[in-house]
Design a protein around this ligand. Structure first.
Ligand SMILES: NC(=O)C1=CN([C@@H]2O[C@H](COP(=O)(O)OP(=O)(O)OC[C@H]3O[C@@H](n4cnc5c(N)ncnc54)[C@H](OP(=O)(O)O)[C@@H]3O)[C@@H](O)[C@H]2O)C=CC1
Ligand SMILES: O=C(O)[C@@H]1CCC=N1
Length: 264
């Protein structure tokens, strides 16, 4: 039995991934704070909706998907009820395994995960790190849960905040880029729907080339950039506006914000 505690956007995305991967609704428990949310999850997926304490007492694997700011409250509620040896997986930005461990017994293994919303289409990037009481079997079990919904990478926990900034938030940067490019299409007089189609197909094609060709992104970009042509005219403007520096600063800011989150 797997329990997902705090089933909002990420919790629901992970739950739907588990169902697509072959878990039966009867093997999944979820918790929610609002009764209408609980009813919607029960109706849409047929999963069991239970209290946090009930989930903590009975599930073999407990996945925590509340916001970082709600983690201390949730752990205070379930801490006394999580039996020794049960695996707790924390999916919250910024929250360290030490933070979770200090609120559970010494014999509760904790794995930290940072995934992202493409879990909804089985294309997530999930990075995982073991806490002090978690070992190979717990990492392997976490990988088994996450492999069906995308790619999984083990990283040192010291890199988790950086990974959160890169791949956890990553999809948002690409959606933002698409918005900006569609606006550019509008500026050039293109109908919005056509501009969105062109940009979406370009980003999908570029992403698949990047993933499947094994080529470095610089090589792929150079192949598009003809001497004296259109692409270099655009890139000259991007450089003039320090877009690369803006990405470096933005992702560093996201990393720093992640570090602040555990303290509320
Ligand atoms: N969104 C994303 O792209 C990503 C998010 N994350 C991480 O996932 C976590 C969840 O984010 P997200 O799904 O966006 O946030 P949501 O607010 O959508 O989900 C959190 C859910 O937890 C519920 N909740 C809060 N406290 C409790 C409680 N004590 N008992 C039961 N339910 C509770 C909230 O209820 P209510 O609806 O009443 O507020 C909400 O539905 C965060 O820690 C975030 O850092 C990680 C990677 C990507
Ligand atoms: O914005 C956030 O805090 C969460 C963590 C990673 C993606 N979304």
């Amino acid at each position: 039995m797997i329990a997902i505690l705090g089933t909002g956007k990420m919790g629901e995305a992970l739950m739907s991934g588990l169902l697509r991967a072959g878990f039966k609704p009867g093997q999944i428990m979820v918790t929610a704070r609002r009764p209408e949310r609980a009813a919607a999850l029960r109706e849409s997926y047929g999963v069991q909706v239970v209290s946090n304490v009930e989930a903590a007492k009975s599930a073999e694997t407990i996945i925590l998907t509340v916001k970082p700011q709600d983690m201390a409250g949730l752990l205070a509620e379930i801490g006394p009820y999580v039996p020794a040896g049960r695996l707790v997986i924390s999916a919250a930005a910024g929250i360290t395994t030490a933070f979770v461990e200090s609120r559970l017994g010494d014999d509760v293994p904790v794995v930290r995960v940072m995934s992202n919303t493409p879990v909804l289409v089985d294309e997530a990037m999930s990075v995982i790190s073991a806490g002090a009481h978690a070992g190979e079997e717990h990492l392997r079990h976490t990988e088994e849960l996450l492999n069906p919904v995308g790619k999984v990478l083990r990283i040192p926990e010291s890199q988790q905040d950086a990974a959160t900034a890169l791949s956890g938030s990553g999809p948002a940067y690409f959606f933002y880029l698409v918005e900006a490019m569609v606006d550019a299409g509008i500026l050039l007089g293109m109908p919005r729907a056509a501009a969105l189609d062109m940009v979406t197909q370009s980003i999908v094609g570029a992403a698949i080339m990047l993933r499947d060709s094994g080529e470095h992104p610089v090589i792929l970009r150079e192949a598009v950039t003809s001497p004296g042509g259109t692409t270099i005219a655009a890139i000259a403007e991007l450089e003039r506006h320090s877009v690369r520096a803006a990405f470096l600063a933005a992702i560093e800011a996201a990393r720093n914000r992640g570090r602040e989150l555990a303290s509320g």
